[in-house]
Ligand binder design. Structure first.
Ligand SMILES: [Zn+2]
Length: 187
């Protein structure tokens, strides 16, 4: 049986056939994808076995589309919590454990109370317990030194880190464009 349209997200590739983003994976709803097809902004690369019909047209839902116009990656990724977590691969930089986003926070390596700034090179991903333990200490006075020194990542570095996180749903037609160098278990 064909899946309902709402379970048919479209993988969006840039004009170079690489995903616009790996994590979160660049997906559009079928409505957005069909609209872009009609506006002639995208090429359909692959389709679901699912047709939607209106009185005037019918179309197979696209499973993969590529933009006709290349969108260059922003050179400097935005300084956001999410991007800090992505840079640090969702790993607490003190205890080295992996956590879901909602259990992570960020920590000022040099505490703000001691003049530390909220910048790429002074903020690391931390679990709540480590964040609490570190408090207002300087790294060397409490022996809590980040596993990797914080740095300003490039868009490329964030993309590469994002590739390590497979999506929950993976349509077979997406495989050629994701993780081409990795074996995946069928879902
Ligand atoms: Zn921790």
């Amino acid at each position: 049986m064909a899946p309902p349209p709402d379970h048919c997200p479209t993988l969006v590739l840039n004009a170079d056939f690489r995903p616009l983003s790996y994590f979160p994976l660049s997906l559009w709803s079928w409505q957005e994808a069909v609209k872009a097809v009609f506006l002639d902004r995208v090429n359909i690369i692959s389709e679901y076995d699912r047709v939607v019909r209106s009185p005037t047209f019918e179309i197979k839902l696209p499973s993969v589309i590529s933009l006709k116009e290349f969108i260059p990656a922003t050179r400097r990724p935005a300084f956001t919590r999410f991007n800090v977590f992505l840079r640090d691969r969702f790993t607490c930089q003190y205890c080295g454990h992996h956590f879901p986003t909602q259990e992570l926070t960020f920590d000022h390596v040099i505490p703000r109370s001691r003049g530390g700034r909220t910048t790429w090179d002074n903020v690391v991903t931390s679990c709540s317990a480590c964040n609490l333990a570190k408090g207002n200490w300087l790294p060397h006075s409490c022996g809590m030194i980040p596993l990797s020194p914080p740095f300003q990542p490039s868009a490329y570095q964030l993309q590469e880190n994002g590739r390590a996180f497979p999506p929950n749903f993976l349509h077979e037609s997406w495989r050629d464009f994701l993780y081409w160098d990795t074996e995946l278990d069928p879902m």
